[in-house]
Design a protein around this ligand. Structure first.
Ligand code: CMX
Length: 135
């Protein structure tokens, strides 16, 4: 697959209001976007860091994948997202190489991106997201 860069690092937090001041007041980053992704049951906050981003993820429901993650492992790094030319092509490439897919087709994510996830059980424990910018 044709990866250009790390699009963002997803970090699970219990509460955005409590987490954002650390990124702004200690790290000196600026939160430029807060957005709810309803079908993922998360509220996200974004910070630019050079050519990549940090995405904070607060669960909006106890059934959210992020709520389950926090319950099991606590707050912390939840996923790494790579920017690719084509999520559909990258999924097909990964599947042909025996990787277990969570999403079999691209779907809508935060910031208007097309996204899909690879299962952490077949990616050495790292939940991996593939992202494609709108053309
Ligand atoms: N990173 C690494 N491993 C993870 C993980 C993560 N983020 N989330 C779950 N796992 C592991 C669990 O620890 C567990 O491992 P063990 O079996 O060894 O205990 C295993 O995966 C199964 O976990 P689970 O708690 O039983 O959860 P599910 O199988 O129901 O779901 C997953 C796991 C990855 C399929 C689900 O979280 C998922 O579909 N994630 C993709 C969508 C997502 O995370 N959305 C939120 C972000 C959205 C956004 O960025 O916009």
């Amino acid at each position: 697959m044709n990866i250009s860069h790390i699009e963002h690092i997803g970090i699970a937090v219990k509460n955005l209001t409590e987490a954002i001041p650390y990124y702004e007041n200690v790290l000196g980053l600026k939160c430029y976007n807060i957005e709810e992704v309803v079908d993922q049951k998360v509220k996200t906050a974004f910070f630019k860091v050079g050519g990549t981003k940090i995405e904070l993820l607060e669960p909006t429901s106890p059934e959210s994948a992020v709520a389950k993650f926090i319950e099991k492992k606590g707050e912390g790094i939840h996923h790494i997202a790579f920017a690719v030319d084509s999520v559909a092509a990258a999924l097909s490439d990964a599947e042909n190489k025996g990787i277990q897919l969570i999403d079999h087709a691209p779907r809508g994510g935060a910031e208007g991106l097309s996204i899909a996830f690879l299962h952490p059980k077949s990616t050495l424990g790292i939940l991996t997201e593939l992202c494609e910018y709108p053309k």
